[in-house]
Design a protein around this ligand. Structure first.
Ligand code: PGA
Length: 260
């Protein structure tokens, strides 16, 4: 059975070495004596802190929040995917709405980032989602189709299924406003259609798809397993190790229920 995935996006928080150390100490304490064999955690700290997060508790691996679309060279301020890999990173968030919004990232740039990550055997966690205005216009599936099309247009089935997709409605990020389970299920139906048409039903079934946007422990079930999602991407609440570990406990219990 595929593990339930919890990706913690720490964003631009934990400003000092000592804050990182405190965070890690808390995470270790929360994880002490606990094992969640059906759950996998990926923690994505700010790039400059990556090497401070190499010794994570069992069940956790290291992710990053962004990558350069190039391998090396004259790209001031950028971080190569090979540097990330060397720091122990196995997955990278790409196309987060904050990068689309504040750094004007285009679908074309996001597609290049996905390609270079796949080339270097790093898992892209590709974020897509509609704005509140697009939702009001009932343009959600058109927007998702456009964002997906830009990335998947020239990917082989083997490449496609290495991507982890994160459905993050922009209006749900940082707002405490959540879509209903039903709304997420509708999006899931759209994803299944998209991947079946572009590839086949088997691949559509195998795609790993997460939900992201205002996820907390109390809302976890309604936006993930009840909505046929394979995991979650967590922003604010990932700053609290006890909240992340609580989510792991809940997901492990849910997995155990479906196994019986
Ligand atoms: P949030 O962020 O959990 O704070 O809403 C989610 C995200 O940005 O992925």
């Amino acid at each position: 059975m595929r593990p339930f995935l919890i990706v913690g996006n720490l964003k631009m928080n934990l400003l000092t070495r000592s804050e990182c150390e405190k965070y890690l100490a808390l995470l270790r304490k929360e994880m002490t004596g606990k094992r969640f064999p059906s759950v996998k955690g990926i923690l994505c700290p700010p790039t400059i802190h990556l090497t401070r997060f190499t010794h994570l508790p069992e069940g956790w691996s290291l992710g990053a929040q962004d990558t350069a679309p190039e391998r090396s060279g004259a790209f001031t301020g950028e971080t190569s995917p090979l540097m990330l890999k060397d720091a122990g990173v196995g997955a990278v968030i790409v196309g987060h709405s904050e990068r689309r919004q504040y750094s004007a990232e285009t679908d074309e740039l996001i597609s290049r980032k996905v390609h270079i990550l796949l080339k270097h055997l790093i898992t892209p966690v590709l974020c897509i989602g509609e704005t509140a205005e697009e939702r009001r216009r009932e343009a959600t599936t058109d927007v998702l189709e456009q964002q997906l099309g830009a990335v998947f247009q020239d990917l082989s089935p083997m490449q496609a299924e290495k991507i982890t997709l994160a459905y993050e409605p922009r209006w749900a990020i940082g707002t405490d406003v959540l879509p209903t389970t039903e709304e997420i299920l509708q999006v899931k139906v759209f994803f299944r259609k998209f991947f079946t048409t572009r590839y086949d039903a088997r691949l559509a079934e195998r795609m790993e798809i997460l939900y992201g946007g205002s996820v907390t422990a109390p809302t976890l079930g309604a936006v993930s397993w009840e909505a046929d999602m394979n995991g979650v991407l967590v922003g604010r609440d990932s700053l609290f190790p006890h909240a992340l570990v609580k989510m792991m406990e809940l997901a492990e219990a849910a997995k155990a229920r479906t196994a019986h």
